[in-house]
Ligand binder design. Structure first.
Ligand code: BGC
Length: 242
C-alpha cells in the first residue's frame, strides 16, 4: 500500500520481479487526510483484494517502529500515531509501515536503476515534497529527510519539488535550474556515487535530467509509479518474516 497526499494505492506484488500482480487500485486520499479516514481507505483497498497476508505500507513522513514522527504534507494528526497498530486493528494481516521514499529506494535498489550498485546511492523522489533514501553499499540508512535541507534560506522541497513546479507554473528548464541548485547544496555535503531521481516527473526525465550539472552521475528511476508499492511489499516481507 502506498499512502500519498493525493492518492492511496495498493496491489499484491511479485517479490521475485517487483512487478504488480494484477491491476493496482487507487482511491483519492480523503480530505482532511486524518489517520482514521486513511485507515478506512486502506481497509477498503485490502478488502478488494481479499488479502490476509502481510502488508507493507508507505507513509510520507518519518516512520520509526510503526509510529509516524512527522507529517509535512498530510494531516498533522498523524504525528505520534502508531500506524502499524491502527491498521492492524482494521485489517486482517500484519503491517509494516515505512517512509515512502525509503520504500521507493528499496525497490529501485532491488529491481530498478540501483541494481547491483555499491557505494553511496541517493534516491530522490520529486512529488508534493522531495523524499530521500540513502544507501551505503546496498544498506538503507532510514528516514533521511533531505527534502528539508536549507537551500538559499528556504526549505529545499518548497523550491524544487514537482509541486513547486506546478505552483509557480515553471517550464522544465526553469524548474531544472531550481533542482540543480538544490542538488548542488546536497551534493556538497554528501558526495554520493549515484543519484536516482523518481516520482511522477521521472516519466519526463528526458526533459530535465540532461539539463542538470551535477558532478554525480544521475539516472531516472525505472519503476516509476509502482516503486513505493513494490518497496513496501519487500520491506514487509523482510521485516515481518524476521
Ligand atoms: C517528507 C518526507 C517524505 C517526502 C516525500 C517530505 O515532505 O518530510 O518524509 O518522504 O515528503 O513524500
Amino acid at each position: 500500500m502506498d499512502i500519498g497526499g493525493s492518492g492511496i494505492k495498493g496491489c499484491p506484488v511479485d517479490l521475485e520481479t517487483g512487478e504488480l500482480i494484477g491491476e493496482r487500485l487507487r482511491i483519492d486520499t480523503p480530505q482532511p487526510s486524518t489517520p482514521e479516514a486513511v485507515f478506512d481507505v486502506v481497509r477498503r483497498v485490502v478488502g478488494e483484494f481479499d488479502w490476509t497476508g502481510p502488508i507493507g505500507v508507505t507513509f510520507p513522513g518519518v516512520m520509526k517502529h510503526g509510529v509516524a514522527y512527522t507529517a509535512a504534507n498530510v494531516d498533522k494528526g498523524w504525528i505520534g500515531t502508531d500506524v502499524d497498530a491502527g491498521l492492524e486493528a482494521v485489517i486482517p494481516g500484519a503491517v509494516h509501515t515505512l517512509n515512502d521514499a525509503d520504500a521507493a529506494g528499496l525497490a529501485e535498489m532491488r529491481y530498478g536503476a540501483g541494481r547491483g550498485r555499491d557505494g553511496v546511492v541517493l534516491m530522490l523522489t520529486f512529488g508534493t515534497g522531495i523524499g530521500s533514501a540513502l544507501f551505503v553499499n546496498g544498506t538503507l540508512v532510514t528516514n533521511t529527510e533531505f527534502g528539508h535541507i536549507q537551500v538559499d534560506g528556504e526549505d529545499g522541497e518548497r523550491r524544487a519539488s514537482a509541486a513547486a513546479k506546478d505552483r509557480h507554473e515553471l517550464s522544465y528548464p526553469e524548474w531544472a535550474e531550481r533542482v540543480d541548485r538544490y542538488l548542488d547544496v546536497l551534493e556538497g555535503s554528501l558526495w554520493p556515487d549515484l543519484i536516482i531521481v523518481g516520482g511522477g516527473v521521472s516519466k519526463k526525465a528526458h526533459k530535465w535530467v540532461p539539463l542538470l550539472s551535477t558532478r554525480t552521475p544521475i539516472v531516472a528511476a525505472e519503476l516509476l509509479n509502482n516503486a513505493g508499492i513494490a518497496g513496501a511489499a519487500l520491506a514487509a516481507h523482510e521485516n515481518l518474516a524476521a
